[in-house]
Design a protein around this ligand. Structure first.
Ligand code: B12
Length: 250
């Protein structure tokens, strides 16, 4: 293991271990509340801890920002993440591969499921206007995109995927209260497994800012995309999973 693999947080001077955290306690703002915030920070391993900001949130809650030192080290060699394992293609390259090797349009159905009405994320991926200077999947000539929008039920989604002969289903989940995103995703993947035999099922992709990208097997989906995803990454993955990789393993 190289020396550089171990790092500590940096606040004022390199490796001083200083971090800043924020949280809300269900107590009115007074001296005792600030002491409670320091106690919590100490228990989180931040010692010494300093309250640098405290703001009442109504009568019975206080929001805190605490700054202090941790003694923990990070071993970069032990970090586990999902690395991109497919080539990033341009829109032109995606269109060419789909046209030459699939020889029909690649059908994509997208939605926000459950009660989730946060459509900005799925729109950023699907709509022409896209995000971060990249056009969305509707811009790709060889992709046929149906965006069902907000609050779509799982049976509606399965039916739309069947009607559209979807090669891929793209689902967005932004609200994570009481793990709604996990429950909804599991319900969705189970419904597709029940409705369609293996081999005839579309690729199942979920995305949203608070997903753990390593949870694909647990959630029964093929891929999870997190915050900052761009349409180009998704289009490249579709080509990889549905065409390049499939032909290579066939
Ligand atoms: C805009 C917004 C709204 C708008 C939504 C408008 C719309 N048409 O989408 C409105 C005002 C309607 C709204 C309502 C609510 N909201 Co709101 N909202 C936000 C806000 C400010 C921004 C979200 C956003 O647009 N982000 C920008 C997009 C581009 O980012 P993104 O979603 O992460 O998407 C990217 C990636 O995650 C990924 N991605 C996302 N989906 C997918 C899908 C696929 C297939 C792929 C490949 C990739 C992908 O790619 C995208 C592009 O990079 C956030 C706070 C914040 N700053 O994030 C709160 C937030 C999401 N909302 C929140 C809440 C609580 C609510 C309400 C419950 C509030 C209330 N009490 O009524 C309601 C719920 C309504 C409902 N039924 O869903 C909470 C969620 C907390 C939680 N942990 O669950 C947040 C985090 C605010 C907060 N800090 O409390 N909200």
């Amino acid at each position: 293991m190289s020396e550089k693999a171990i790092v500590r947080p940096y606040g004022d001077t390199t490796g001083d271990g200083m971090v800043q955290v924020s949280f809300t306690l269900p107590v009115s703002h007074d001296k005792r509340a600030e002491g409670a915030a320091v106690q919590l920070a100490n228990r989180m391993g931040i010692d010494p801890a300093m309250v640098v900001h405290a703001k009442p949130m109504g009568d019975e809650f206080t929001f805190f920002v605490v700054y202090g030192r941790v003694n923990h080290l990070v071993d970069l060699n032990a970090v586990q993440v999902v690395e991109r394992d497919f080539a990033l293609l341009s829109a032109r390259e995606v269109n060419t591969v789909v046209k030459q090797r699939l020889r029909r349009k690649l059908s994509v159905v997208g939605a926000c499921i459950g009660t989730d009405a946060h459509t900005v994320g799925i729109d950023a991926i699907l709509n022409v206007k896209g995000i971060a200077g990249e056009k969305g999947l509707e811009y790709y000539r060889e992709l046929k995109v149906v965006n069902l929008g907000a609050q779509v039920s799982v049976p509606e989604l399965v039916e739309a995927a069947r009607v559209e002969k979807a090669d891929a289903v793209l689902v967005s989940q932004v609200v994570t209260q009481r793990d709604a995103h996990l429950h909804n995703t599991r319900e969705m993947s189970a419904a597709f497994r029940e409705a369609m035999p293996a081999g005839r099922r579309p690729l199942l992709i979920v995305g949203g800012p608070r997903f753990d990208e390593t949870m694909t097997d647990e959630l029964g989906v093929d891929r999870i995309f997190g915050r900052g995803t761009t349409p180009g990454e998704v289009a490249s993955y579709l080509v990889h999973a549905l065409i390049t990789q499939r032909k290579a393993t066939a």
